[in-house]
Structure formats: C-alpha cells, structure tokens
Design a protein around this ligand. Sequence first.
Ligand SMILES: Cc1cc2nc3c(=O)[nH]c(=O)nc-3n(C[C@H](O)[C@H](O)[C@H](O)COP(=O)(O)OP(=O)(O)OC[C@H]3O[C@@H](n4cnc5c(N)ncnc54)[C@H](O)[C@@H]3O)c2cc1C
Ligand SMILES: NC(=O)c1ccc[n+]([C@@H]2O[C@H](COP(=O)([O-])OP(=O)(O)OC[C@H]3O[C@@H](n4cnc5c(N)ncnc54)[C@H](O)[C@@H]3O)[C@@H](O)[C@H]2O)c1
Length: 406
Amino acid sequence: MSTTAPGHIIVGAGQAGAKAAQALRREGYLGPITVIGAEADAPYSRPVLSKEYLHGTSARSSINILSDLWYEGHDVDLRLGTHVSDLDPEHHRVTLSTGEQLGYQKLLLATGSRVRRLRVPGANLDGVLYLRTVGDSDRIRQILSTASRVAIIGGGWIGLEIAAAARMHDVDVTVLEASRLPLLGVLGPEVAQHFAALHVSRGVTLRTGVEVTGLTGMDGRVTGVDLADGSHINADAVVVGIGVTPRTELAERAGLAVDNGVLVDASLRSSDPDVFAAGDIASAWHPLLGRRVRVEHWTNASWQPRVAARAMLGLQASYDKLPHFFSEQYDLSMEYTGHVGAEGYDEVVFRGDPESEAYIAFWLKDNRLLAGMNVNVPGVVRKITALVASGQHFSATQSLGALLDP
Ligand SMILES: Cc1cc2nc3c(=O)[nH]c(=O)nc-3n(C[C@H](O)[C@H](O)[C@H](O)COP(=O)(O)OP(=O)(O)OC[C@H]3O[C@@H](n4cnc5c(N)ncnc54)[C@H](O)[C@@H]3O)c2cc1C
Ligand SMILES: NC(=O)c1ccc[n+]([C@@H]2O[C@H](COP(=O)([O-])OP(=O)(O)OC[C@H]3O[C@@H](n4cnc5c(N)ncnc54)[C@H](O)[C@@H]3O)[C@@H](O)[C@H]2O)c1
C-alpha cells in the first residue's frame, strides 16, 4: 500500500477521466490526483476515430484531449497501461493490475463502455474488426485503403460513419442492420428513413431486417457474411458495430448500486458517498427530465466531470445539461438535443424538407417538445436547447418552425 497521503483517484483515462482531472485542478484542488487507464495511450478523443482520423485528415498528434505536458505540469499522476482490478469502498482503496494498492479520499469511476461482440461461427476470423480505440481506427483505415468490398454489421452510429468513410475511399459497402431501418431505435422511422436514403444515394447497399448467422473464411481470414435468409455477402473485411455495454464490473464487485450503469444522483455520487461516476457508465438522475438517463455520447462525457469534480470537493453541483450528440456522414452534419424516453413520442414535425438534406426535426409528445435535431442547419442548437429545456407546450406544432426563424 502506498504511503503517500491519499488524494483523489480517477479510474479510466478516457474522455470523462481526463476532463475530471482537469476540472479538479480548475476548481483549485491542490492535493494528489491519480488517473489510471487500461489503454497504453494518454486520453484521446474518440469521435474523430470514425471521422477525420479515419479519413486520414486528422493527425495522431491532434487527437489527445490534453497535451502530454498538461499532466506533468499539473502534477497529475497518469498511470497508463494499468488496469484497476478491484475497488474496496470500505477501506477506500483500489488494487491495480500490478498488484499495487492505492488509497483514496474520493474516487471517480470513468470506465466507459466496451463493444458488444458478435457471437456467431466465424466471428474470430482475421479481418473481423471493431471500433473503439485508436488502434482499431488505424486497422480499419488500413483495410479501407486496400479492400474492395466491406460488410458492416450494425447500422448504428459506428456502422453508418464507417460506411461513409469507406465510400469516400471508393470501397463497395454493404450495411447489414437487424432492425427495419438504421438508427431506428434512436430516431424513429420518420427520420431514420432519411439516413437510409442518404447512404443508399451515396452507393451503400443497405440490407435491413437481417439476421447474421455466420461469417465465412478461407485460410483463417474472413471472406463474407451468411444471413438467415440463405443469402451470402462477399467481403474482404467485416466491421462490427452492434452497440456497447457499460463497464460496470468494478462497481458491481464493490457492491455499488448498478442497473444498466452505475446509479448516481444529480451530483454524480454513487450509492457509496465517496465514489462518483461520469460518462458512459453513469446512470444519472436528471433533474430537468425527472428520470434517470445514461448517455453514451461525447458531450455527456465532457461535461459531467465538471459536476463530479465539484461534488468530490464538497461543492454544490448538479448535472442538468440536456443530452446532446453530433454526427458527420459524407457532407451531412447533424446535432441532436434532448431525450425521447422509453414511452416514445407522438409525432415528428419537420422544418425544411428532409429530402433536401437540410432540415430540423422535432420530436413531440402530448404537444411538448422532447428533442430537436438540426441537419445541415448550423447555428440553431442554442435555440433548440432552450426550446426543449423550457418544457412548454406547443398547441400548434407549426409554431415550432416560427420560433426558429432566423
Ligand atoms: C469511434 C467512436 C466515435 C464516436 N463518435 C461520437 C460522436 O460523433 N458524437 C458523440 O457524441 N459521441 C461519439 N462517440 C461516443 C463517445 O466517444 C463516448 O461517449 C465517450 O468516449 C465516453 O467517454 P468515457 O470517458 O465515459 O469512456 P471511454 O472513452 O470509453 O473511456 C473509458 C476508459 O477507461 C478505461 N478503463 C475501463 N475499465 C478500466 C479499469 N478497470 N482500469 C483502468 N482503466 C479502465 C478504458 O480502457 C478507456 O480507456 C464515439 C465513440 C466511438 C468509439
Ligand atoms: N455520432 C455519434 O454520436 C457516435 C458515433 C459513433 C459511435 N458512437 C457511440 O459508440 C457506441 C457504439 O456505437 P454503435 O453504432 O455500435 O451502437 P448503436 O447502439 O448506436 O447501434 C448498434 C446498431 O446495431 C444493430 N444491431 C445490433 N445487433 C445486431 C446484429 N446482430 N446484426 C445486425 N445489426 C445489429 C442495432 O439494431 C443498432 O442499429 C455507442 O455508444 C454510440 O453512441 C456515437
């Protein structure tokens, strides 16, 4: 056990972990901070991995969240390539993969997500790829520069952004999605159909409602995908993007309350008063939405740490930022703000023509605005955020359009 006075420990050196270390220093905390990350790389931004970095227009040196000098300059002990194997809240200590034990005053869990693995025969063949880390992005970029046909399993954000990158490399792309439309779960059919049309118009072969039964191979390398309807898709490589699961195992073993994420209050404090959680793993009480939400997006992992840091320092803190995310596919750029819960929505109202690929979509329930998404319409996110946050009712949905007139 280390003999230095225990300070604050951050488990996970990703988006939330790096921003939490920065926020603790910005709040004036002068004591020891240790950030422990399983990856060998200093914290880097993931959104570029399926966009600019994958396209080859963003250099490796530009994707780090904080400069390498920042950690040393701010006296933050960044331990990379180190896994936290055990958390003991009762004794305020963690055990590292090195066997070392460290004590803490307060601890932040920022362990993020891991990819869901495809479980069919052939899933372990060479040429079957996933995208979560910078190394994954390097491998996919290399494949895109040599492959002529790629199959993508999963038509979610990862699948569609990689499809766009692959088409930009002039690679033949088949997207295989289990639902009847890509992005159906998050956008609903009214908007999801326009994303389907976008990709088809850029030359993607889109197969929806499919069941992948196996991957075929030759000499240990993938050659294609078998579907339950008997069809076969030839491919030089297969990229799988079928979702992620929160990495809650440490919290579970430590006896913290976990239910699809680490349960935290609005100040991001877990069921143990000295353990906090932020980013993809936090299932946080949202005071504005009046419910618990777990968000797997960059804005959440960037902003929650500021609140967690304040709460760790005993300062007043509450996270009430509306869920927000962005995507870029081909020349389409979008941002989504708000939250449609499990109860769903009644209607989607468009401002602008979705077929023109420049529009705003609003999701409403009981005449109340739940979420808004601007596609190729810049400069309106603040207005959309204010409208959603206002919680007001719209008796005539058309008035939404007027509210957003420049
Ligand atoms: C390719 C890609 C593109 C994306 N694009 C967008 C986008 O355009 N817009 C958007 O809003 N969101 C996007 N996201 C999602 C966004 O990047 C994530 O929501 C965000 O990275 C979550 O941050 P996090 O810190 O919670 O987790 P992570 O970034 O996953 O970091 C967690 C870190 O903790 C480490 N770790 C886990 N367990 C342990 C342990 N026991 N000990 C030590 N270390 C551990 C992991 O190795 C990892 O490095 C994208 C994600 C990916 C993968
Ligand atoms: N722009 C963004 O915000 C962005 C971009 C990339 C990644 N991410 C994040 O990265 C994570 C992973 O993204 P993702 O796209 O893998 O997850 P996702 O949950 O967004 O999409 C997964 C898709 O795979 C489909 N699917 C599931 N099992 C399948 C199967 N066996 N066969 C075919 N289709 C199947 C689902 O129906 C769904 O459409 C998420 O947290 C996501 O939010 C976000």
